[in-house]
Write a protein that binds this ligand. Sequence first.
Ligand code: ZN
Length: 216
Amino acid sequence: MRIMLLGPPGSGKGTLSERLEKELGFFHLSPGQLLREEVKRGTSLGKRIASYIDKGHLVPTNFVVEMVRLEMRGKKKVILDGFPRNREQAEAFADVKIDLVLYLDVSEKVAVERLSGRRVCVQQKHGFHVHHFPPKKKGVCDHDGSSLTKRKDDAPAIVRERFLVYRKETQPVIAYYRKKGLLREVDGNRDPGDVYREVKRIIMMGAPRKRVQKRK
Ligand SMILES: [Zn+2]
């Protein structure tokens, strides 16, 4: 089963994907993360990607879509996390069989609260949250004792901006998959455990069918 997981920053996509990977054996594929890793490795490909990002441009659609195709090859259970980002990517991916598109919706308020409380350790990037998942000792990583910091783009003003940009870009994508009858919306404002159980139930039921209108 191949699932696309869409949702604004702070909707809990990452947490949900990790659990689907650990407990149901899905391969977690995050194109955004792949791009960032390639840049970090400093390969010639990474340098090309960085040149787009540094200029504030989007990485070209063909490039991202090809990368995702390659990574998906031969894998039966895949969670595509945060892809496609826009309508153009969705259309360029139309020939790839997808069973289900999950849209994890979240309010701006909840997203800001979640992301602005997020902390990562400087050494190994272990994640914590000041309210939902606090470390044993304030400001210190439980695993390696290194100090905890905020990601720059988790500042409330930047989260709001990311949130608005995401909504604007992704609305046409949501409409596109709704029309194809693949979309299922899940309320991401709830506790991550509840969200996981609902998603698991949806997956067990199989791909959604086009809604049949009930006769009265
Ligand atoms: Zn750590």
